[in-house]
Ligand binder design. Structure first.
Ligand SMILES: Cc1cc2nc3c(=O)[nH]c(=O)nc-3n(C[C@H](O)[C@H](O)[C@H](O)COP(=O)(O)OP(=O)(O)OC[C@H]3O[C@@H](n4cnc5c(N)ncnc54)[C@H](O)[C@@H]3O)c2cc1C
Length: 399
């Protein structure tokens, strides 16, 4: 059934007026839609606003991108989270595309409602940029799978209920072909999580040791040996999220990385009339505007059902913006940026953002890897040589 833009806008704004309360902001499971309580997310899912582009069978309304954005804008206008998960929820989108019908029926609603915590079990000590080189081993035993290996840099592993696991199921075919993709249950004896300390002195990511961990047959996503294809979809969603949003200052000040922050900061520091500072602020503002437009373009591609290489432009741009913005903050504060502690929140923020900018330029694929992807897939440059691409993985040397 089609609905006019006006009727849709009226329906969603009336629903929000009747239901949304700021007290619904809260912490759902790790990785779920930005800062909302499961109670609120459940209401959004049941009212079919969470994934308006998806079909009715999957909690959606089958809306086109234009109408889905009317819904998202109405949510944004009152500051309510939870809508637009058909673009942003990488876990639910990956499960919808590749999980078996029975597992999908269980996991997709739980993911949309923020009831299930998730993490990404991709990187290993010997495989990060070269993810196709993972050596975590999965073997079929009777009706289930047994997992052995080690993962690293796993964000939110301690709170997660499931990890999206990339692992090797066939050692006798070339490296991209012997991989499979699982939703591995994390709360089991075979999974040991050890926290790591970051440069920002926080501890959001972990090492994960897998020793005879068990995955059931329904935890397999996509075909056995088809994990590389599933990964491409998951990575495209991850990069689009990272290309669009970034963490703001730790102090919890009103800033979230917006251009007015730098202007306020410059005014406060008496530097607003400094021509070099003004030029710096203008550059960061222009980069952000361009990145917003590019992200919209990449998402339109994704809505057509393709994993878009243009996503890499957004993530790379966000990484540059974050480093640049942190540099400009430091320049505005001058020598004051060397101060630390609660009496100097502006300096704390500048220093935190300087260090935290590496999150985006390494996590989800480094800047250099994004440049390779853009070179090869967007600009059509020759592919990087890969000497081990067609060799059975068993013969590939590695640690
Ligand atoms: C904050 C944060 C959170 C993370 N969260 C997770 C997570 O939840 N789950 C997960 O699985 N991983 C996670 N990671 C890991 C991240 O995906 C990897 O660190 C990243 O892919 C790089 O891999 P690596 O660290 O092994 O570096 P390497 O691959 O060893 O790279 C080292 C350096 O060599 C460069 N390089 C490598 N290959 C090439 C090439 N072909 N061309 C040009 N340069 C190259 C890289 O750009 C880099 O500068 C996280 C990382 C960070 C920083």
């Amino acid at each position: 059934m089609t609905i006019s833009d006006e009727a849709l806008h009226k329906e969603v704004t009336a629903w929000l007026a009747a239901n949304w309360k700021p007290t619904f902001r809260g912490r759902a499971a790790a990785g779920s839609a930005g800062g909302a309580s499961p109670e609120w997310l459940t209401m959004v899912v049941e009212a079919r606003w969470a994934v308006p582009r998806w079909s009715e069978q999957w909690y959606g309304r089958g809306l086109d991108d234009h109408q889905a954005r009317i819904v998202e804008r109405a949510f944004a206008a009152v500051g309510a989270p939870g809508s637009g998960q058909d673009r942003s929820n990488l876990w639910a989108n990956t499960a919808l595309a590749y999980a078996s019908p029975s597992f999908k029926a269980k996991i997709v609603p739980a993911l949309l409602k923020g009831e299930v915590g998730m993490c990404l079990l991709y990187s290993e000590p010997g495989a990060g940029s070269d993810l196709a080189g993972v050596r975590t081993r999965v073997e079929r035993v009777d009706d289930h799978y047994v997992v052995n290996g080690q993962k690293v840099w796993t964000s939110s592993a301690a709170e997660a209920d499931y990890g999206m696991l990339l692992a090797r199921t066939d050692w006798d075919v070339p490296k991209h072909k012997g991989l499979s993709f699982f939703f591995l249950p994390m709360k089991q004896p075979g999974v040991e999580v050890r926290p790591l300390r970051q440069i920002t002195n926080e501890s959001h990511f972990n090492e994960v040791f897998l020793t005879d961990a068990i995955a059931s047959a329904e935890n397999l996503l996509g075909p056995l040996g088809g994990g590389w294809g599933v990964l491409q979809t998951a990575l495209a969603y991850e990069r689009s999220v990272m290309g669009e949003a970034a963490r703001g200052p730790r102090s919890g000040a009103k800033e979230t990385g917006g251009e007015t922050n730098l202007i306020d900061l410059a005014r406060e520091a008496g530097r607003l009339n400094d021509p070099l500072i003004r030029e710096d602020i203008a550059r960061v503002t222009a980069l952000k505007m361009l990145n917003r437009m590019n992200t919209a373009r990449a998402k339109a591609d994704l809505a057509q059902g393709t994993s878009s290489p243009i996503m890499s432009l957004g993530k790379l741009a966000m990484s540059r913006i974050l480093h640049e913005e942190a540099r400009v903050r430091t320049a505005i504060l001058g020598a004051g940026s060397l101060l630390e502690g609660p009496d100097h929140p502006r300096a704390e923020d500048a220093n935190f953002l300087t260090l935290n900018a590496y999150f985006t330029s390494i996590g989800g694929g480094t800047d250099q890897i994004q440049r390779n992807i853009i070179g090869e897939r967007v600009l059509g440059l020759p592919k990087e040589p890969e000497v081990d691409r067609d060799v059975p993985f068993r013969q590939v040397r590695g640690g």
